[in-house]
Design a protein around this ligand. Structure first.
Ligand SMILES: Nc1ncnc2c1ncn2[C@@H]1O[C@H](COP(=O)(O)OP(=O)(O)OP(=O)(O)O)[C@@H](O)[C@H]1O
Ligand SMILES: [Mg+2]
Length: 337
């Protein structure tokens, strides 16, 4: 079902993405480390799951992983999802218990198994893909540990491919610290695959197919407005389609709902970050225009370096690029900051 709000897990439910899947396929033959990047709601997790379909590997959702115990818990769940393909093999690994559909990793005490120990075992099985979804959420000390595990796999485990995804694109890159000599990943190469936005034609076809799938005549005037506004971001198209089908309102009502969702997220930013976003939403197109906006509208003088830092951070969060928003819904939300 195209209008299902959850990430798609199977290619039969996935609209297009042939290019992305082929890119991943090609890259996974060549490179030990791949970054699957794209702004929020563009469809990264869906592409990642569908890439795993028919392959040995697992996906770990890194959101909310704080302690080491969380990581092992998520890895266990990841292994459970792909258990069918690996049950017998996993049973043979010391430190892993397979009971029914459950997988347990013993990561403390005797007979324990570390993350890199697990990968060393999996490497023996043949080609294996490990996907860490939204990796930028990791914090220390776990962050260093995971980085070291990736470096170890990169150098020593020929069969293991790591795919890291992230919607805060700059954050993912700084997570890896590949140009920091003190980082275990220093000097390594990460191949980037970007999940692209749909073209207008694709967006239209997506919505039309979604409506037809639920036996509803596509409301074409509404579809056109959604195609124009949501700018090829599939997550918003799904929210639009699903909400419309559920009778929650027309385009206007749903766009408003989406804007509030975006605003909720923007509210977590610092006051300075919000101000810069508002300046850009109101039309500031350069560093000096942003500065002028803040000074004139808010009567605040900002230090040059501090303003530059704020703009860089907003870019690293993938909210803006070249003084423009990457997602029109966030732009509309930013006008209300
Ligand atoms: N190619 C696709 N075909 C059909 N639906 C899709 C496709 N890609 C994504 N979706 C839908 O769009 C929504 C967002 O997708 P997904 O969660 O994969 O994106 P994401 O980039 O991982 O988002 P987030 O930034 O929230 O993690 C989901 O409802 C998913 O089902
Ligand atoms: Mg995701």
């Amino acid at each position: 079902m195209l209008f299902d709000l959850r990430p798609k897990k199977s290619k039969k439910d996935l609209f297009d993405r042939e290019w992305e899947l082929e890119e991943l396929e090609r890259a996974s033959d060549r490179y030990p480390l791949i970054l699957l990047l794209g702004i929020r709601r563009i469809g990264k997790t869906s592409v990642a799951w569908c890439f795993l379909e028919g392959r040995r590997g697992f996906l770990v959702d890194m959101r909310g992983v704080v302690r080491r115990a969380d990581l092992y818990e998520r890895v266990s769940r990841g292994l459970e999802e792909s258990l069918g393909k690996m049950r017998r093999f996993l049973r043979g690994i010391r430190g892993i218990k397979v009971a029914g559909t459950e997988v347990e990793i013993r990561w403390r005490g005797t007979d324990s198994l570390s993350f890199s120990g697990l990968l060393t075992e999996l490497n023996k099985l043949g080609r294996f893909v490990v996907i860490l979804d939204e990796v930028q959420y990791l914090r220390q000390p776990l962050l260093s540990e995971v980085r070291e595990t990736i470096a170890y796999a990169y150098d020593s485990l020929d069969n293991v491919t790591f795919i890291l995804t992230g919607s805060e694109i700059g954050m993912v890159k700084s997570f890896l610290k590949m140009d920091d000599p003190s980082s275990p990943l220093y000097g390594r190469y990460a191949h980037e695959v970007e999940v692209r936005r749909f073209t207008k034609d694709q967006s239209r076809e997506f919505l039309v197919r979604g409506f037809e799938e639920v036996g509803m005549a596509p409301p074409m005037a509404e579809v056109e407005r959604a195609v124009e506004f949501f700018d090829g971001i599939v997550g918003w198209l799904v929210i639009f389609g699903k909400s419309y089908v559920d009778g929650r309102g027309n385009f206007e009502v749903i766009a408003e709902m989406a804007t509030r969702m975006a605003l909720n997220e923007l509210m977590k930013l610092s006051p300075r970050e919000k101000l810069v976003l508002r300046a850009i939403a109101e039309g500031a197109r350069s560093w000096s225009q942003v500065r002028k906006f803040i000074e004139e509208k808010e009567g605040i003088t900002v230090a040059k370096s501090s303003l530059s830092r704020t703009i860089k951070r907003l870019e690293r969060l993938s909210l803006i690029k070249d003084y423009g928003f990457l997602d029109p819904v966030y732009e509309r939300a930013a006008l209300r900051l």
